[in-house]
Ligand binder design. Structure first.
Ligand SMILES: [Zn+2]
Length: 265
């Protein structure tokens, strides 16, 4: 699933290409992703100019010139791209530019809402702070981890705690911080929380600089994969790059979790 670095990379690509363009037509080949009927979706969007593109967590938000917003969540396999990929589901026509929405697993979602009205989009309405933004402080993380039950890896993936972190980067962040993914969040020392806080910023910034990951079906708007090289994610059976111990995979909260049993305590 695209996480913060991937969705931010897509957002930056969209920003450079679609802002200022008008949605001249929308071809809906498959309507599972729409939270309104097809005709209503088209009526609300066709003829509107895109004024701004934003990202919030894993959501993409297009601000339109009539005060409404198109909100897109790519979920597991959604893609927004300028070249026609496989599993094409919908096409935005933007003043002669075509933007293709492709989605292998058919789980992506789109909403049209008045600006900032996210009550009907539960994940967006309850979204926690942006980890690379000013609102995400060490004091906030210490406070929220003291109150949260559950294992640290699941807590990091809880979008109401911090926005945009999923399975890949939660694994990489905990490796960077040297913290075992099954540790109860409440058991962490202040030093460990500080290490996790620094690791969140470091890992997400590195992944963003690399243009996102390279081992799922994620692509940027030009159909290109990223260059981020994970150190533990999907490296089960390989040697830990720090200590040489074998990386293992265990299931936490229903998700595969990769870690070094020697470096992560
Ligand atoms: Zn190790």
């Amino acid at each position: 699933m695209p996480e913060l670095p991937e969705v931010e990379t897509i957002k930056r690509g969209l920003e450079s290409v679609i802002v200022g363009k008008t949605i001249t037509d929308i071809e809906v080949l498959d309507s599972y992703m729409l939270n309104v009927p097809v005709e209503e979706f088209r009526n609300k969007l066709v003829g509107k100019r895109i004024e701004k593109v934003r990202r919030r967590g894993k959501y993409l938000i297009w601000e339109l010139d009539d005060g409404s917003e198109l909100v897109v969540h790519l979920r597991m396999t959604g893609q927004l791209r300028l070249d026609e990929g496989d599993y094409l589901r919908l096409i935005f026509h933007l003043n002669g530019t075509k933007l293709y929405f492709c989605d292998l697993r058919r789980m992506g979602e789109m909403w049209v809402v008045p600006k900032g009205r996210y009550e009907g989009i539960e994940g967006l309405a309850t979204m926690g702070p942006e980890p690379l933004g000013e609102g995400f402080t060490l004091a906030y993380l210490m406070d929220v981890l003291k109150k949260k039950g559950g294992k640290i890896k699941a807590v990091l993936m809880d979008q109401s705690v911090v926005a945009g972190i999923g399975n890949i980067y939660a694994s990489e962040i905990l490796f960077e911080a040297g913290v075992h993914p099954e540790r109860p969040a409440k058991s962490l020392t202040e030093k460990e929380i500080e290490d996790i806080y620094k690791a969140i910023k470091k890992v997400l910034n590195e992944a963003l600089e690399a243009g996102g990951e390279t081992f799922s079906n994620y692509v940027n708007i030009y159909g290109e994969v990223g260059n981020y090289q994970p150190r533990v994610y999907k490296r089960e059976g390989e040697k830990c790059p720090r200590c040489g111990e074998i990386i293992i995979n265990t299931t936490i909260g229903g998700r595969s979790s990769y870690f070094c049993p020697n470096c992560q305590r």
